[in-house]
Design a protein around this ligand. Structure first.
Ligand SMILES: *[C@@H]1O[C@H](CO)[C@@H](O)[C@H](O)[C@H]1NC(C)=O
Ligand SMILES: *[C@@H]1O[C@H](CO)[C@@H](O)[C@H](O)[C@H]1NC(C)=O
Ligand SMILES: *[C@@H]1O[C@H](CO)[C@@H](O)[C@H](O)[C@H]1NC(C)=O
Ligand SMILES: *[C@@H]1O[C@H](CO)[C@@H](O)[C@H](O)[C@H]1NC(C)=O
Length: 268
């Protein structure tokens, strides 16, 4: 009883924080466009200042070094001009795609957040973030972006059961150190329909923190992804996605095409 009440309150709190919602069709979004960015407007800095110069140096290092390891958490500079950075590619993609994605991210983040010391950018294949405040190893689900298929499943009971089972399985994989934050898998729903899902934590997180981020993401499915044919949750510490078509590598041959996608941004 108490649990129920608490949950309802939390949902209302979340809804209160939604700033805008827009519906966009997949055809209008080019593959090189980021899925979203966050420029922390409370961390304005002057362009050309020391902190800004350090951000450029940090980004050059991230662009250079990320593709070989798929993950970097580092810092640049000293004292009050020190900046921390993290870049990561999704574990299932190839080195070339990782390299392209990080290159694009380093350019786009400076265009989109030119005078902020705390900025983040999301793509399907990679995530990049920097801040003058240390964040490495900390779970952050304060800012979230949700993408969802506007179509709903027909048999929600069976679907949600299968989705829940698949999510449990891949979350278990994702938190294991040897999997570097990645869990992915599929579940056959019928001879014609297969469910695909993937989770990815940033690799600076320990097992418990990764599990925490994934649990928050999956809990929010109820609010933003309920009965949807596909959904994506983008946080600064983890990425969770499921679809009724193949989207992770190695890629299955596609049976269904994605349709109209909606987007919700949840601010802290
Ligand atoms: C990066 O940009 C290039 C060209 O501008 C584009 O072809 C490529 O698809 C982009 N990659 C990603 C991962 O967005
Ligand atoms: C930071 O700069 C943006 C413009 O880039 C402005 O809209 C915003 O109000 C500024 N924030 C603060 C706290 O001054
Ligand atoms: C980060 O930079 C902002 C803007 O210059 C400043 O207000 C804030 O105190 C800095 N934070 C830290 C931890 O240095
Ligand atoms: C899917 O369900 C939601 C919530 O119940 C509803 O608002 C929406 O219109 C439905 N979408 C379609 C395409 O029927």
């Amino acid at each position: 009883m108490k649990f129920h009440k608490k949950k309802k309150k939390k949902t209302m709190y979340l809804l209160y924080k939604i700033v805008f919602l827009l519906i966009l069709s997949t055809s209008s979004a080019k593959s090189q466009d980021p899925l979203g960015e966050f420029c922390n407007k409370n961390t304005n800095i002057s362009i050309g200042g020391k902190l800004s110069t350090n951000i450029d140096k940090l980004l050059a290092e991230l662009a250079l070094k990320t593709p070989s390891t798929f993950f970097i958490a580092t810092s640049y500079g000293d004292n009050k001009d020190k900046v921390y950075g993290l870049a990561q590619c999704r574990g299932d993609i190839n080195t070339q795609d990782c390299s392209n994605c990080i290159q694009n991210a380093t350019k786009q983040i400076r265009q989109r957040c030119p005078n902020q010391a705390d900025a983040r950018i999301w793509y399907d294949y990679c995530f990049l973030r920097y801040s003058n405040k240390s964040f490495i190893g900390e779970v952050d689900t304060s800012f979230g972006i949700f993408y969802f298929n506007v179509e709903n499943v027909t048999d929600s009971q069976v679907f949600n059961k299968k989705l829940g089972n698949l999510m449990d399985q891949i979350r278990g994989e994702g938190v294991m150190a040897k999997n570097k934050g990645l869990g992915k898998g599929k579940s056959v729903l019928s001879p014609f329909v297969t469910l695909y899902a993937l989770v990815q934590c940033t690799r600076d997180l320990d097992e418990i923190s990764c599990a925490q981020c994934l649990a928050i993401a999956v809990n929010n499915f109820q609010t933003f992804c309920n009965n949807r044919k596909g959904c994506r949750v983008l946080y600064s510490s983890c990425y969770v996605r499921y679809e009724l078509y193949p989207f992770f590598f190695p890629l299955d041959s596609a049976k269904t095409k994605p349709s109209n996608i909606g987007k919700v941004i949840v601010y802290p």
